[in-house]
Design a protein around this ligand. Sequence first.
Ligand code: PEP
Ligand code: MG
Length: 976
Amino acid sequence: MLDSHPITSGNPKDQTNTPLKFVYDFSEGNKDLKDLLGGKGANLAEMTNLGLPVPPGFTITTEACRAYLADGAEPPSLRDEVSAHLATLEATMGRRLGQEDDPLLVSVRSGAKFSMPGMMDTVLNIGLGDRSVRGLARRAAAGQPAGGEAAAERFAWDSYRRLIQMFGRTVLGVDGELFEDAIDDAKLAKGAADDLDLDAEDLRALVEVFKEIVRREAGREFPQDPREQMDLAIRAVFDSWNGDRARLYRRQERIPGDLGTAVNVCSMVFGNLGPDSGTGVAFTRDPASGHQGVYGDYLANAQGEDVVAGIRNTVPLAELEHIDPASYDQLLSIMETLENHYRDLCDIEFTIERGKLWMLQTRVGKRTAGAAFRIATQLVDQGLIDMDEALTRVNGAQLAQLMFPRFDLAALAEHGGEAKHPRIAWGIAASPGAAVGKAVFDSYTAVKWSRSGEKVILIRRETNPDDLDGMIAAEGILTSRGGKTSHAAVVARGMGKTCVCGAEELEVDTKRRRFTAPGGIVVEEGDLVSIDGSTGKVYLGRVPVVASPVVEYFEGRIRLPEQTPVAGPEAGPATAGVTGPTTGSAVDPGADQPVADELVTAVHRIMNHADAVRRLAVRANADTAEDAARARRFGAQGIGLCRTEHMFLGERRELVEQLILADGDEERAAALEALRPLQREDFRGLFRAMDGLPVTIRLLDPPLHEFLPDITDLSVRVALAEARREPQENDLRLLQAVHRLHEQNPMLGLRGVRLGLVVPGLFAMQVRAVAEAAAEHVREGGRPRAEVMIPLVGTVQELEIVREEAEAVLAEVRAATGEELEVALGTMIELPRAALTAGQIAEAADFFSFGTNDLTQTVWGFSRDDVEASFFTAYLEKGIFGVSPFETIDRDGVGALVRRAARDGRATRPDLKLGVCGEHGGDPDSVHFFHEAGLDYVSCSPFRVPVARLEAGRAALAERRAAAAVGLAAERVTTA
Ligand code: PEP
Ligand code: MG
C-alpha cells in the first residue's frame, strides 16, 4: 500500500534534491498543502498567514508518518528538525518547553488530509511535570486579584492530571476506565457531585493516584522529561493512524488507508483560567439551513474537550456578546474574513484565555444535503463563487438524499417514538425512501389490493421475476433474505421504490400470509407496517411520511420564479406541444401550484447549470409509458433500455406459455401473432411519451423458463391431480416444458440473442411490432426515434444473423406502410468476448450499449443474484473492495473492457453511438468514469435521472479543470 505513495510525493523540496523537509512552521504552510500537512495543519497555516490569532506551532508532515509506518521508526532527520522548530517556538513564546518556573506547554494533535473526527489521538498539556506544575500555578496566579491563587493552583493540578490521564491512555495504552474510576472514587470520598468540586488538594492527590496507575499498568514511570513526553506523543499519533477505530472509519468513508496523518504541535492556550476565559465552536452559517448568522456554542471557564464531552451545558454563541463583547466582535470579524477567504461555510474552534481570543482550528464545514445546495447558490449571489464552482460544491448523493420521501422523525417522536411504533427488524437499506402500507405476501394480492386503492408493502423471503407485478403495485418491498444486489434490491432501486432486504430476524411464512418478528410479534396480512429504505428499519404501524419538495419540483408541481427550458445534449428539436429535454423540470406548473422555496430554487439553478455544461446525455431505463413520461419530466433525453420481458407479465404470461408450448410452426406463429398487437401498443405508448427522443427497445433477454411456473409447485400440482385421477393435459405439457428448459446456470444459458436464434419468429415479431408502432406514431404526426437492441451478443455472427432478419422485417413494414422508417439496430456489450471483439461487432451495430450488470457478473464470475448475500460482506470487511462492483463500476477490470470496446468499436465505425444501461448508469462515481471513457450517454432508472444529470455536469467540469491545470503546468515549463 505504502508504495503507491512514495515518500517524495507532494513535498515542494522534492524537486530540488535537498533532503526532505518533515516539519513546517505554521507560517510556512498554506491551505492547499493538505496532502502534506493534513487538513488541520494546512488550515492553521492559512489562518496564521492571514494574520489571525493562532497560537504558534509547527506541523510534522504526513510523509514523516508514512516513513515511520513503513520503517517502524522515525526518519533519522526528524528529531533534529523537531528540535529546530521547537527552539523557534520557544524563542517566540519566550519560555522553554516544561520550563520549571514558567512552562511552555504544547498540544500534540493528529490531523489527516480528510477529517476523521475523534478517530485518532491527541494529547494536551505536554511539558508539565512535578516541578513545572508549581511554576504553572504561580504564573496563572500572577496579576490576578487576591484570592486568585487557589483557583490558579487548582488549574495547574487539573492540567497535570489531564495530561497524565490522556498520556497514560493514548501513549502508554493504559485502560482509560481506570483513571475515570479514580476520579469517581475521589468524588465519592469527598461527597462531590461534579469534577469542579474537587479542589487543588484533591487534584494533587489524584495526580499521585494517576502516576501509580501508570506505574502499575504500563510498567514505567510517567516521564518527567518534557521532550520525551513530546516525542512519545508524536509517535502515538503516528501509530493511531492504524488503530482499529481509524481503520474502520476509513473503510466506511472510503478514505485511502495509506495517506498517513500529520501531527500538529501547538502552544497551549487555556480556556479554563477563570470566568474571563472559555472555549467554543462556531459556524460562519447554519450547517443545517445554510443561512448566515451567529451559530455555535460557548462554554466559559472550560477546555475544548469539555464542550465535546458535554460535561457542562454550553450557551448559544450569541451570549458571548454579553460575556466578552470585545472577543465577540473580533470573532465575528474573523468569521467574515474566513468565509470570504475560503468562499465557503467554515467551522471554527476557538479559545478565549483571559480575554484574548485564539483560533485553534478551522475547516470547510460539513453540512446537510439541503444546506449544500442553498449555500452554493447563496455564495454565487454574494459574488464569492461562480456557477461552475457552485456545481462542484454539491453532488449526486446529496441530490438523491433530497429526493426521497422520509419518515417524519419529529412527528414520530411526538407520537411516542419507537415505543408507539416498535421497530421490529433492522435489515439492509437497499433502496431509500419511506413507505407505509398493509402487509401482503404475494404479488396477486398486492396487485388486487392496490387496484382497490390500498397501499401495500410486499413482503417475501426473496423476490424473483414473478413478483414484478406485485413490486410495481406495492409502495415498498421487504424481504428477509438477500443483499443489496438481490433481485428485490436491484429492481426496487430501478423503480425508485423503497426496499429493505435481508431482514433476517423476520420469519416470513408466505403460505400462512404472515411473518414473525423477534419477541413473538406476529404480523398478519393487512396489518400496517412502515419500512425505511434509507436506514433498513422496519416498524409496526403507520409512521408519518413527508414528501420531498425536490421531487414535487421535478414533477412540475412547484412553480419557479422563472422557467426557461434549455436543451441539453442529444436533444432533438421539440415537436408541437411537447417540450424537448429540458433543464430543471420539463413541466410548466399551473399558477395555483406552490412557489419554489429557497431549496428548490437552488436545486433548479444548479441543475440548469449542470445541463448547460455536461457532454453526456442522460436517458432512462423505462418499460412503461408512465415511467417514460416521468423520466422525461425528470429530464431524461430518451429511453436507453426498455426491457421487453417486463411487458410479458400478468395476463400475457399465458400467451408466452402458449409460445413455449407451441407444437409446430403454425401454433407458434399463432402465439406470436397474439402477442404482436399488444407489444405494438406498448411501443406506441413509449414513442408518444418520448416523442422526438430516442427509444431503445431491447429484444427478449431472460431465459424462457422464467415465464413458466415454479418446477416444484407445478410438480406437486401434477402429482396431486394424478393422485385424484384427474390429470390436466396442459399442466403435463407445461411440466415437460419446464423440465426441457431447466438449466443449471440459466444466466449463462438460453437467453438473450440465443433465444432469437432458436425460437423462430420471436425477434421478428418484436421488430415488426416496433416498426409498426413507429409507423403509426408517424401517422399521428409524431417523431419516433426507435432503436432496437440485441442482448447478450458474444460474436458478430450472432448479430449479423439477427440483423439480417430484422432488416428484412423493417423493409416489409416500410413497404406495407409507405413510411420511411429509420430504425437503428445495435447491441448490448455485456459479455467479455463482446468487449474483446468489439471492433468486429461494430461492423454489424449502429450502437453499443454497455450492459454493465451482466458484464460485471461475467468479468468477475460473480452471480449477481447471490453474491451479496453470501460473501460480499466478508470481501468488504477484508477490504478486497471498498464498494460492491455491482454498485460502482470496477474501473480496473470491467472499466478497462468498456474503454477498450469503446475504442475498438469507434475505430471500426467512428459514428458508433455509445451508451450504458446497467445499474451503474445512475451511480455518481460511475457516471464520471463513463464521461472519461467518452461515452455518449448513460441510462438509468427515472428516479436517478436528475442525479446522473448533475454528475455528468460535474464530470465535464472536472475534466475541464484538469485540462486547464495541465495547460497551466505546460505553460510554466515553457516559460521556465
Ligand atoms: C445489464 O446486464 O447491464 C443490463 C442492463 O441488462 P439486465 O440487467 O436486464 O440483464
Ligand atoms: Mg444484461
